[in-house]
Write a protein that binds this ligand. Structure first.
Ligand code: GRG
Length: 296
C-alpha cells in the first residue's frame, strides 16, 4: 500500500463530497456561503475525514456509510480554524497558504462562516442518518461522539484552557490535558465514529479509540515540533509563533529531543493497538508512522 496514493485518492473523494454538500448559493446570504466554501475547499490535508474512512475500512473493508460523517468532521475542523485565527484568539493572517477567512472577508463574516460550518456539519450527519434508517443507531452514536469531542468537554474546552495557559509555565500533565481536549478529542472521535459506522464490535471500537487517542497526542507533539523546526512555506502559516505567544507545548516542557522520543513511543503503542486488525488497518498504521516524518 502506497500512503501517498491512498491519501490523495481519499482527499479527492472528500473534496468532491464537500463541494456537493455545500454548493454555492444566490441570495442575500451569498457572502457567508462564499466564506464557508473559501475556507472549507481551500486546501488542508483532510486528516480527520481520512482517519474516519480508514477506521471504517479497518473493520468493514469499505467506508461508504462513513463518508458524510467524514465530511462533517472536516466542516467542524474548518470552523475551529476560522475561529482560532480571529483577532480575539490567535490573530493569524495566513492559513493553508492563503489569507485567513477574516482577512479575505471580514471579521463578522468569518464568525458567521464558522458558525455556519459547525451547524452544517450536524445537518449533514442528521440527513445521512435519515437516509440510512437501518443504520440510524450507528449514526446517532457517531453524532454523540463528535458532539462531545467538539464542545466544552473537548475542543472548545481545550481552546479555553490553551488560551488561559498562554504566558504561564505548564507541566507535562497540563500540556497533555490541554492537547487531549483541543486537538486530540476530534481526531479520536474521527477514528471512533469511523469504527462505529463500519459496524465494528465493541472490542474493535475500543481498540481503535485507544489508537485514536495516541494518534491525537502524536499529531499535537509533531505539530508543536513543526512550529519549532518546520518551514513556514510548507506549513502554509507562520512558524515559531508558539514561543512568541509562550504557548503550552511539548517541546517547551520536554525539549525537542524529548518531545520527538515521546512521539516515537506513542507510535509504537498505536501500532500495538492495531495488531488485531491485520492488513485491513494498514492505512491507519502508515498514517501513525507518517506523523513522525510529516512536514506540514
Ligand atoms: C476556536 C473552538 C475553537 C477551537 C480551536 C483546533 C483548534 C481549536 C485550533 C487550531 C489551532 C492549531 C493550529 C492547533 C494545532 C493543531 C491543529 C489543529 C493544526 C491544524 O490541523 P491540520 O494540520 O490542518 O490537520 P489542515 O489545514 O491540514 O486541515
Amino acid at each position: 500500500m502506497d500512503l501517498k496514493d491512498y491519501l490523495s485518492q481519499r482527499k479527492i473523494l472528500v473534496d468532491q463530497k464537500l463541494s456537493e454538500l455545500l454548493p454555492a448559493v444566490n441570495g442575500p446570504h451569498t457572502r457567508v456561503v462564499e466564506a464557508m466554501r473559501y475556507s472549507l475547499l481551500g486546501g488542508g490535508k483532510r486528516l480527520r475525514p481520512i482517519l474516519c474512512l480508514a477506521a471504517a475500512e479497518a473493520v468493514a473493508g469499505e467506508s461508504a456509510a462513513a463518508l458524510p460523517v467524514a465530511c462533517a468532521l472536516e466542516m467542524i475542523h474548518t470552523y475551529s480554524l476560522i475561529h482560532d485565527d480571529l483577532p480575539a484568539m490567535d490573530d493569524d493572517d495566513l492559513r493553508r497558504g492563503r489569507p485567513t477567512c477574516h482577512k479575505q472577508f471580514d471579521e463578522a463574516t468569518a464568525i458567521l462562516a464558522g458558525d455556519g460550518l459547525l451547524t452544517a456539519a450536524f445537518a449533514v450527519m442528521a440527513e445521512a442518518a435519515l437516509r440510512n434508517l437501518a443504520n440510524v443507531v450507528a449514526y446517532m452514536e457517531a453524532v454523540q461522539t463528535i458532539a462531545g469531542a467538539s464542545g466544552h468537554q473537548g475542543m472548545v474546552g481545550g481552546q479555553m484552557a490553551d488560551l488561559l495557559a498562554e504566558g504561564r509555565p505548564s507541566s507535562l500533565e497540563q500540556v497533555e490535558a490541554i492537547h487531549r481536549m483541543k486537538t486530540g478529542a476530534l481526531l479520536t472521535a474521527a477514528v471512533r465514529a469511523g469504527a462505529v459506522l463500519g459496524g465494528g464490535s465493541p472490542a474493535q471500537v475500543e481498540a481503535l479509540t485507544r489508537y485514536g487517542e495516541k494518534f491525537g497526542l502524536i499529531f499535537q507533539i509533531t505539530d508543536d515540533l513543526l512550529d519549532v523546526e518546520g518551514e513556514s512555506a510548507e506549513m502554509g502559516k507562520p512558524t515559531g509563533m508558539d514561543a512568541v505567544r509562550q504557548k503550552a507545548t511539548y517541546p517547551a516542557v520536554l525539549g525537542v529531543a524529548g518531545a520527538r522520543e515521546q512521539a516515537r513511543q506513542l507510535v509504537e503503542g498505536a501500532l500495538l493497538d492495531l495488531q488485531p486488525f491485520g492488513a485491513a488497518a494498514e492505512p491507519l498504521r502508515q498514517l501513525a508512522r507518517y506523523l513522525l516524518v510529516r512536514r506540514q
